[in-house]
Design a protein around this ligand. Structure first.
Ligand code: 13P
Length: 227
């Protein structure tokens, strides 16, 4: 089955030339649907069939210095946009802000990819984890049509650590997110690599992946999108 693999480049690379080179090295034909999320400065300069953004503002226009609106992203043919990434939550992004951004994205015709899992710990059992997710999703999805939102489950302890969750745990969380909230698609993110990706892609309720580090290495990303 075709799944969705969204590469989050975070604050990499340093130059537009390097970003163009990286995008050019990603396979145009792949088993799964591949999306790349370059940094905002390079979104207009990078060529790839499906682009995602890493963040946005919630107003369409106005006196908001330094912000990027969903309407502007739409004009760059951006199809997906992350909201609520744990690295943004660490800098003060609240569930209410996540909700406002998701609303603005849907109004502009962009699919929000709502990241949840901030506040989870490796030693928490599944019930405690669902408690954290419940709060983030209740507030994040308030007033939205959940079927129009993609949720990415990213346990914060698994991000950039080389310690991924087990596919079984991620599958359980995906079932919880879908059944409890009516979300259409759930992705897993957190130390995804070509070595562990298949285990997640094989799960029935996991609709794709959100790799960070591995999306910066074309050989790895190309392997993942073809597993
Ligand atoms: P890593 O794959 O580098 O752990 O990053 C995951 C992530 O934060 C994707 O949004």
């Amino acid at each position: 089955m075709k799944k969705l693999v969204i590469g989050n480049w975070k604050l990499h690379p340093a130059t537009l030339a390097a970003a163009k080179k990286l995008a050019a090295a990603i396979s145009r034909k792949s088993k799964h649907v591949a999306v790349i999320c370059p940094p905002p400065a390079f979104l207009a300069g990078v060529v790839f069939p499906r682009l995602g953004a890493q963040d946005c503002f919630w107003e369409p226009a106005g006196a908001f210095t330094g912000q990027v609106s969903p309407v502007q992203l739409k004009s760059l043919r951006v199809k997906y946009c992350l909201v609520g990434h744990s690295e943004k939550r660490k800098l003060g992004e609240t569930d209410e802000i996540v909700n406002a951004k998701a609303r603005a994205l849907l109004a502009a015709g962009i699919t929000p990819v709502m990241c949840v899992g901030f506040g989870t710990k490796v030693e928490q059992d599944d019930l405690e984890v669902t408690d954290v997710l419940k709060t983030q999703l209740e507030l994040g999805l308030a007033g939205l049509e959940p079927a129009e939102v993609i949720v990415a489950y990213e346990p914060v302890w698994a991000i950039g650590t080389g310690k991924n969750a087990t596919p079984e745990h991620a599958e359980k969380m995906a079932i919880f997110i879908k059944h409890k909230f009516g979300v259409g698609k759930v992705l897993y993110g957190g130390s995804v690599s070509p070595y562990n990706a298949k285990g997640f892609l094989d799960q029935r309720n996991i609709d794709g992946l959100l790799p960070g580090g591995a999306s910066l290495i074309p050989k790895y990303f190309n392997q993942i999108i073809n597993l």
